[in-house]
Design a binder for this molecule. Structure first.
Ligand code: B4P
Length: 188
């Protein structure tokens, strides 16, 4: 089993690149953002609980996302591997995820590096058509702050475990995908 975490701030291109990696390497794409948006759209118990938090650009509680991920992994035990997109976002989530894998198939972390200016431009552009409750000026600023405070510390966590590879996340989608493929080939 081969597993990858695609990491980066909001708007770094995680969703975009995760989809391409999923198709090319036959890995199951697990996006916590997409899974949570589905709960909201279906107005499930979880969806009702998390919708205001998400619309505000804050993080949903660790217990909810940890449970969603654990269920998805258990449901899909036969796949060749997973690509985690938007998960983990806190140290607690990272520790929880590690418990689900053995040393041989512990996920590799591919970090997309993008300047704040470019992130804001991309998210503002997406806000014109996405219809996402969290794609607006105030919430975009909050999401970047939340990333810096709660998610960025994971870079050190993974660097200390020699699992972190940082990639230039600026350029065309195809250019970035080629950079990612090169790193995946080296580690597969
Ligand atoms: P996510 O859905 O993960 O949203 P995101 O961080 O904005 O990333 P996304 O994948 O959408 O953006 P991408 O970079 O692909 O999370 C949404 C919310 O869910 C969170 O704020 C939180 O409330 C909750 N949540 C999710 N996971 C959680 C967790 N683990 N714990 C707690 N809460 C959680 O794309 C951005 C834009 O850039 C797109 O329009 C794309 O087309 C464009 N783009 C991509 N690559 C480009 C390139 N190379 N050049 C130009 N544009 C590009």
């Amino acid at each position: 089993m081969f597993n990858i975490i695609i990491f980066g701030p909001p708007g770094a291109g995680k969703g975009t690149q995760a989809q391409k990696i999923s198709e090319s390497y036959d890995l199951m794409h697990l996006s916590t953002g997409a899974l949570l948006r589905k709960e909201v759209a279906n107005q499930t118990k979880i969806g009702i609980e998390v919708q205001a938090v998400m619309a505000n650009g804050d993080l949903v509680s660790n217990n909810i996302v940890d449970e969603i991920i654990k269920n998805e992994i258990n449901k899909n035990g036969q796949v060749a591997g997973f690509i985690f997109d938007g998960y983990p976002r806190t140290i607690q989530q990272a520790k929880q995820l590690d418990k689900l894998f053995t040393a041989e198939n512990i996920p590799l972390v591919l970090n997309l590096e993008v300047s704040d200016e470019e992130l804001i431009n991309r998210l503002k552009l997406r806000s014109q058509e996405s219809g996402r409750a969290d794609d607006n000026d105030v919430t975009i600023a909050n999401r970047l702050q939340v990333y810096t405070k709660q998610t960025q510390p994971l870079l050190n966590f993974y660097a200390n475990k020699n699992r972190l590879i940082s990639i230039d996340g600026q350029g065309s989608i195809e250019e970035i995908f080629k950079r990612l493929q090169k790193q995946i080939k080296n580690r597969q």
